[in-house]
Design a protein around this ligand. Structure first.
Ligand code: AMP
Length: 193
């Protein structure tokens, strides 16, 4: 099993690159943001719990997020690989993912940071807000909060994987195809192992 974490601030292109990897390699794509939006749309108890956090651009509590992620992974035992998009976003989430991988007899193979600056985050998300239908893409304050939460809580997760020699950084300001090539330069050699 090949397991990849796509990492980066909101709007850095994680979803776009995940879709390309799914097409190329057939991996399972798990986006915790997409999962929460599905729950919200269907007004489930989980959606109701997550709503206020998401509206503010804050992180949903770890216990809730980890339980949801764990269930999705456990429901898909036969996949050849998983792309984690938007998870882990805190150190406790990274610890929980490690435990889950050990339980499955598997491992995280790489984390790839798509690096973009705050100005680009705000411009891209406001641009996407016109068509994404996401309430949290429309207000500059909410977008700022999401970026600040990335810097304060999520960025440290990079160091967690860097210590294990698994972290890679790509310039996310490049064109989509160039980012895709840089991602594949990391993924493809490890698949041949
Ligand atoms: P995203 O689509 O990844 O930008 O996620 C949208 C929103 O869902 C975030 O602003 C958070 O409120 C929530 N969310 C998604 N993934 C996580 C996570 N791993 N931990 C906590 N909250 C999350």
């Amino acid at each position: 099993m090949y397991n990849l974490i796509l990492f980066g601030p909101p709007g850095s292109g994680k979803g776009t690159q995940a879709a390309l990897l799914v097409k190329q390699y057939g991996f399972l794509h798990i986006s915790t943001g997409d999962m929460f939006r599905f729950e919200l749309k269907n007004n489930t108890p989980l959606g109701q719990e997550a709503r206020a956090y998401m509206d503010r651009g804050d992180l949903v509590p770890d216990e809730v997020t980890i339980a949801m992620l764990r269930k999705r992974v456990e429901e898909n035992p036969d996949v050849t690989g998983i792309i984690f998009d938007g998870f882990p976003r805190t150190d406790p989430q990274a610890e929980a993912l490690n435990e889950l991988m050990v339980e499955l007899g598997s491992q995280i193979n790489a984390l790839i940071l798509l690096d973009i600056n705050q100005e680009e985050v705000i411009n891209r998300i406001l641009g996407r807000g016109a068509t994404s239908g996401r309430a949290d893409d429309l207000k500059v304050d909410t977008i700022r909060t999401r970026y600040e939460n990335f810097i304060n809580y999520t960025n440290p997760v990079y160091a967690y994987y860097d210590k294990m020699g698994l972290a890679h950084k790509i310039d996310g300001m490049q064109k989509i195809v160039q980012v895709a090539m840089a991602v594949d330069n990391i993924v493809a050699p490890k698949l041949e192992d």
